[in-house]
Design a binder for this molecule. Structure first.
Ligand code: PNS
Length: 172
């Protein structure tokens, strides 16, 4: 360890849909930025599970504005296709994933093993603060678009884009 940073591991990739980014994501980004020399926050362009509500451009805008205050060593990129191919091309040393609750671990464990078998890159897990254990992008979207208050759950720049999105959808 030098200055609290892991010496052998330098470049980490934190992948996700970030549809939208939450304070839980930002908490993991801050923790990972404190561990690794370089952190790439990588937005998957087309998530497999469901089509994103926010465009790639919107997700990039929200993330870039949110990580701006985290400081040096963090950058936002995007990727298509397999995460394993992306981390190899990015010459990443490690994949970082956030865990909120024990049940997250089940699917994350098989994803980590699959990614390691495809790329030889290991996944390290960081626990988000327990304050965010119930916060997910899908719940945040549902609550917000049904009129609930999510201001405490998303970074301020994210809330601004969400309000713009809601206004533009209401104008249609
Ligand atoms: O924020 P999410 O939706 O939980 O992120 C999921 C993500 C982007 C990490 C995952 O869907 C992914 O890695 N997608 C890229 C396609 C891929 O590599 N699939 C195999 C994963 S083992």
């Amino acid at each position: 360890m030098t200055n609290g940073k892991l010496e052998r591991v330098t470049r980490a990739v934190y992948p996700g849909s970030f549809d939208p980014p939450t304070k839980g994501h930002l908490d993991v980004i801050e923790r990972a930025a404190g561990c690794f020399g370089e952190l790439i926050v990588a937005i998957v362009v087309n998530p497999q599970k469901r089509a994103p509500m926010f465009s790639l451009e919107e997700r990039e805008t929200m993330l870039k504005a949110s990580v701006a205050r985290v400081g040096g060593g963090v950058r936002v990129e995007h990727f298509r296709g397999l995460l394993a191919d992306y981390v190899k091309a990015a010459k990443a040393d490690v994949i970082v994933k956030g865990l909120r609750v024990v049940s997250d671990f089940e699917s994350e464990m098989s994803a980590a093993m699959m990614n390691r078998s495809l790329s030889d890159v290991d996944t390290l897990f960081l626990m988000a603060d327990h304050e965010y254990s119930f916060v997910s992008s899908s719940l945040v979207k549902e609550v917000f678009f049904l009129g609930g208050d999510v201001a405490a759950l998303v970074p301020e720049p994210v809330l601004r884009v969400m309000v713009e999105k809601r206004n533009s959808l209401q104008r249609r």
